[in-house]
Design a protein around this ligand. Structure first.
Ligand SMILES: Cc1ncc(C[n+]2csc(CCOP(=O)(O)OP(=O)(O)O)c2C)c(N)n1
Ligand SMILES: [Mg+2]
Length: 627
């Protein structure tokens, strides 16, 4: 070792480097990596694993190791953490070669789809290939340099494989740049061959200097701003759609000022829910396929849609049927240029907060007319009464899901967080949840990944130890991935998990029925020897007992009164706790007056499918290309 180099393995260098990375925005610094999740196997135990041990013994505050049960889950936990921290902090994830690494693929896709940062360190096969094929190595007959980790390429915003130690510095710097760029962020992958992880090299000491990554707030280009202002000024019935970008950019105060100054009402996407408090006089709530009747009625007639920080996914646009005004124009404010250009919109490529402040000053003195204000106000009040009814339906003998949502909403605190991802609850929550805090609503609906809920709840609570986290999980999602309850116990992280038992994939059951597929294959029943079909008795699963077996106390609630009591008890609990409740799957949430494009079989021997196809063709006629 010379004066300005230090001899470390590649694994040790990675860990030392990551411990010294910071982000900065608005003058505040944050540690970029809260720690490193990992499951160790022969691919990383002696490489990154050994490095984490050395680091923990030398400085426990550097890059702490966290142990997970499943590699997919540890990516979800990291992503949920990053979402709660507005993308300024995240985790690294180390996995062993082969299945350990490919288990992270779903998490990688989820991170990239949702534009949330996470650093993945899959282990890879020997760079030297002397004993190839090694355990868990895929042999591609025509490409010896391909490994299973190449599957990360399309799922990552940055991918590199460090075949030689010399390649590490540029891989690390490239990875940090993408992780901290709001327009590019997502899953970032550096594959580390198992022999290279343990190989020593003389690194320049500057590699390990404290580095601060400044997270930019790009300002709108003056000409683009002027064009946007002209379009908004011409509007009679404008509508704002607030997406996740509003929350990640901490632009909720700017949004409120802008909407109050102009009188433009605000509708929200799944990721943008919480941008404006539910009871603000200009809040129309959710928009699109799972929207409120208020937002959808306003969207239908809107002449200008100001879409801020949204990808304009099909649930937001109701599969491009939400906006029926023939002259509708889109002004898209987005830090990510491809999103800003969607629906042939007028693109304002900028940070949400900067753009909102600039638009507010440029539009000073202009506002919508009073009749329009009154119309959207009445629509919003009508929807609020719909929510109130849905919260207190009094359905029996089993409660409706809307009553479960209502109870959690009413018992949780103003700053608490609700988490969900897949099933019938995300749609119902989008419509019905009364959001009181910009970080209070956390529904992963970019990838809508069953199994995100508990792992995500863990990450959310780790990011916000001062907020209670209410995880709402269906029985299907619970059965897919609930093992991180063990991690919550291990890390003393309190999450309140509400298991909604309705004996199957009921959201898909309802969808199936509406598409003429008769709920086929969606409920949890035994194979019936008499019919040979899955229409026998209900499966005798006991998810409360399952949670207890993992070390988490479970409260079984029968009916809505007991459920409310259970929630009060759960709130007092010290550690993670499960509340188990059974609901009636056949009570739909209030209608959105909207649509979602799911194709129906064009030909069929079944009457139900043929009828559904006719309806499908009629609804499809409303679909627009927005050119
Ligand atoms: C990993 C994954 N597999 C499949 C799906 C498709 N899917 C969406 S919701 C759902 C059923 C969820 O069941 P459950 O958690 O019990 O919720 P419920 O629909 O009963 O409310 C399925 C299979 C998905 N979103 N994610
Ligand atoms: Mg279910």
């Amino acid at each position: 070792m010379t004066a300005d180099t230090v001899r470390l393995t590649v694994g040790q260098a990675v860990v030392r480097f990551l411990a010294n990375q910071y982000t900065e925005r608005d003058g505040k610094e944050h540690k970029l990596f809260e720690g490193c999740w990992g499951i160790l196997g022969h691919g990383n135990v002696a490489g990154v694993g050994q490095a984490l041990l050395e680091a923990e013994l030398a400085d426990p505050t550097g890059l702490r190791y966290y142990q997970a049960r499943n590699e997919q889950a540890m990516v979800h936990t990291s992503v949920a953490f990053a979402r709660m921290r507005n993308r300024l902090s995240t985790f690294a994830c180390t996995a062993s070669i082969g299945p350990g690494s490919t288990n992270m693929l779903t998490g990688a896709a989820l991170a990239t789809v949702n534009r949330l940062p996470v650093l993945l360190l899959p282990s890879d096969v020997f760079a030297t290939r002397v004993a190839t094929p090694v355990l868990q190595e895929l042999e591609h007959p025509m490409a010896s340099d391909v490994s299973v980790n190449d599957a990360f390429r399309p799922l990552s915003r940055f991918f590199d494989r460090v075949w030689r130690p010399e390649q590490l510095p540029s891989a690390l710097l490239g990875a940090m740049r993408v992780l901290t760029d709001p327009a590019e962020t997502g899953a970032v992958t550096i594959a580390l061959p198992q022999d290279v992880q343990a190989e020593a090299y003389d690194w320049p000491v500057e590699l390990f200097a404290r580095r601060v990554w400044h997270v930019p707030r790009p300002v709108p280009e003056p000409n683009a701003l002027a064009r946007a202002v002209a379009v908004i000024r011409s509007a009679k019935r404008p509508l704002i759609i607030a997406g996740g970008g509003v929350i990640y950019s901490e632009a909720t105060v700017a949004l409120r000022s802008f909407c109050e100054a102009t009188g433009i009402p605000v509708a929200e996407t799944q990721a943008g829910k919480g941008s404006l408090r539910y009871d603000h006089p200009q809040a129309l709530g959710a928009v699109g396929s799972t929207g409120t009747t208020a937002a959808n009625a306003v969207a239908r007639e809107a002449d200008v849609v100001v879409a801020i920080g949204t990808r304009l996914g099909d649930f937001t646009t109701a599969s491009r049927t939400a906006f029926q005004n023939p002259a509708v124009r889109f002004v898209n404010v987005n830090v990510c240029a491809p999103d800003a250009a969607k629906q042939a919109g007028l693109a304002v490529v900028a940070d949400a907060r900067e753009a909102l402040d600039a638009l507010r000053s440029a539009l000073s003195g202009w506002s919508v007319d009073p009749e329009y204000r009154q119309r959207y106000r009445e629509l919003a009040e009508e929807w609020d009464r719909t929510v109130e009814r849905a919260y207190h339906l009094g359905h029996g003998p089993l409660p409706a899901q809307s009553e479960i949502i209502g109870a959690v909403n009413e018992i949780s605190g103003e700053r608490d967080v609700v988490i969900c991802a897949a099933g019938s609850m995300p749609g119902d929550l989008h419509k019905l949840w009364r959001t009181r805090d910009p970080k209070g609503y956390h529904v992963e609906y970019g990838y809508s990944c069953m199994g995100y809920e508990i792992a995500g709840g863990l990450g959310a609570r780790m990011a916000c130890p001062d907020r209670d986290v209410w995880v709402m999980v269906g029985d299907g999602s619970y059965l897919m991935m609930s093992q991180e309850l063990v991690t919550a116990v291990q890390e003393h992280v309190k999450i309140i998990v509400i298991v909604v038992q309705n004996h199957g994939f009921q959201s898909i059951g309802e969808l199936s029925e509406s598409l003429g597929s008769q709920r086929f294959g969606t409920s949890y029943r035994r194979r019936n020897p008499a019919t040979g079909r899955l229409d026998g008795d209900r499966l005798p699963v006991d998810l409360a007992a399952n949670a207890e077996s993992l070390g988490v106390p479970a409260i079984r609630a029968n009916g809505i009164a007991e459920f409310r009591e259970a929630l009060e008890k759960a709130r007092q609990a010290e550690g993670p706790v499960v509340v188990h409740v059974e609901t009636d799957p056949l009570v739909p949430a209030p209608s959105s007056d909207s649509w979602w494009d799911v194709p129906v079989a064009q030909v069929s021997a079944l009457d139900s499918t043929r009828e559904a196809y006719e309806t499908y063709v009629r609804r499809k006629a409303d679909q627009r290309l927005y050119l």
